[in-house]
Design a protein around this ligand. Structure first.
Ligand code: PEP
Ligand code: MN
Length: 338
């Protein structure tokens, strides 16, 4: 349920109303926008009679929210959320490109790619240290050593880093990571969602391989429910009957999520396509659809990459794609972060 307050309401009276809801065991999401202030009520609101709430003179109107996601619902927070991470703004009019290899392989590789993507204008360095692989015999990532190398690349280039977590047991290792990625395969790992909810780190939450948009937003709701409001969503393609393409980029998820939620959403064209020649067209589609950024795989030697080489751009290709992205982001009147 949302309670829209009258403009310039007396603070003390608002506090009295909030106390009334807290006494009923409800949690309140307070959202003060430019024009409206909204109390989003979470918990068992079936006990509330709307007429009782309207009796408070600070209340403009009361509306029931039928969607199961509350805190991430745009009705609770009508304005776009803008996150600020390492001096970069994410969301609304700001556009970020996160780029780097699928996996951190060695120091020379990650430093070379970090320098190149920074030069091309990326605002974050991506790279997996803990890798969720379909086969237990595939390269599993350098794990803690990979995190160290990423931090070294961050130190040398100044680029903030985004990297995937696979277990809540590793959270301490991620203390200096700027954005923690929760991968598609863990989107409904509820223990991990709860732990990330208790942390204050920005979370890049990737959509599960077969998750509906509602399930995707409910996963974000878990993180919010724990108190962490720093969530960036990522559409990375879903499973369909089509098998020529690794995953199907669900471009309609962008406007749909924007309608339903205030959270930023970026696109991963690399995992969606599974092939490098589709990264540019899908990036263009993402910008046109209103995405807040892209996460792109880049490798200094894709032929010999230990993971996802076929979808990784080499450095000159990334330079070309970035130049194209920059032109199109400017055309859309949005501001590139770098
Ligand atoms: C990745 O970003 O390398 C990755 C494994 O992504 P996803 O979880 O979307 O498959
Ligand atoms: Mn990958």
């Amino acid at each position: 349920m949302i309670v829209v307050l009258k403009q310039n309401s007396d603070k003390e009276r608002v506090e009295r109303l909030m106390q009334h809801f807290t006494d009923m065991g409800l949690r309140i999401n307070y959202s003060e926008g430019e024009h409206t202030t909204i109390l989003g009520l979470m918990g068992d609101t079936t006990q509330i009679d709307e007429r009782d709430v309207l009796a408070y003179d600070v209340v403009e109107r009361v509306q029931r929210v039928s969607e199961p996601f509350k805190a991430v619902n745009r009705k609770f927070h009508p304005e776009d959320t803008i996150l600020s991470v390492a001096g970069r703004k994410i969301g609304a009019g700001y556009f970020n490109v996160m780029a780097g290899p699928c996996s951190v392989e060695n120091e020379a590789q990650i430093i070379e790619v970090a320098e190149a993507v920074k030069k091309a204008g990326a605002s974050f360095l991506r790279g997996g240290a803990f890798k969720p692989r379909t086969s237990p015999y595939s390269f599993q990532g350098l794990e803690a050593e990979g995190l160290k190398l990423l931090l070294e690349a961050k130190r040398q280039t100044g680029l903030p880093i985004v990297t995937e977590i696979m277990s809540e047991k590793h959270l301490d290792l991620f203390a200096d990571v700027d954005i923690i990625q929760l991968g598609a395969r863990n989107m409904q790992n509820f223990m991990l969602l709860k732990e990330l909810g208790r942390s204050d780190k920005p979370i890049l939450l990737k959509r599960g391989l077969s998750a509906t948009i509602e399930e995707f937003l409910m996963a974000a709701e878990y993180i919010f429910a724990g108190g962490n409001q720093n969530v960036i969503l990522c559409e990375r393609g879903i499973r369909t009957f089509e098998n020529l393409i690794r995953n199907n980029l669900d471009i309609s998820a962008v406007p749909m999520v924007k309608m339903l939620s205030h959270l930023p959403i970026i696109i991963d064209p690399s995992h969606a396509a599974g092939r490098r020649d589709m990264v540019q067209p899908l990036s263009r589609a993402a910008i046109a659809a209103g995405a807040d950024g892209l996460i792109i795989e880049v490798h200094n030697d894709p032929k010999h990459a230990l993971c996802d080489g076929a979808q990784s751009l080499d450095i000159p290709q990334f330079d070309g794609v970035m130049a194209d992205i920059q032109r199109r982001v400017a055309f859309e009147g949005r501001e590139m972060q770098g």
